[in-house]
Design a protein around this ligand. Sequence first.
Ligand code: TYD
Length: 192
Amino acid sequence: MYIVFEGIDGAGKSTQIQLLKKWLEDNGFSVETVVEPTDSEIGKLIRKILQRPDAANDRIQKTLGLLFAADRMLIMDKLSDENKIILSDRSYISSLAYQTPANWIADINKYAKTPDLLLLLDLDVNISVNRCSGEDEFENEGFLTNVKDNYLKLVENYRHEIINANNGVNKVSSDIKKAVAPYLGICPDCIL
Ligand code: TYD
């Protein structure tokens, strides 16, 4: 099962993935995690470009769109392991939310894997801006408001759950467990 975590910057995806991984393993599942952008050469290049002052400009956005698509191609095989639950920090749905134009982004990601379950960690933009370092060009209020709106529309195309990410870490974690449990046949009473 390929479970994807999405959300604006600072939504807590990486922390929540680790907490869910531990809980799933305690429940007997074999779990693998992946992160986009990856730690490949392409991923490193992406992180460098994200820090450029012109990273939000149209031409750089299109270049990033292509790099993100190429970077995720490198981990394609990992995502289809039948014996494991794959927890992914982002996916091509990030590209659909952050990059434009939508049709073109969809085209260049046509071989990307669709999630079996999409968890949107929905965070208020002002909390996001306060939590982020501001190092990346995307971490500003106007841009993130647009990304958040995009996410809320995009999730409708997938089997999804929306998690309120404005709460504390433990509450968010238990909400995620409750959301995931029915998909994995875990009894609701087993959730702490
Ligand atoms: P991420 O590593 O989640 O952020 P952080 O640096 O806070 O840990 O992602 C890096 C940035 O890349 C983030 O602003 C979202 C952006 N991104 C895209 O714009 N398109 C994509 O396809 C992906 C995977 C990420």
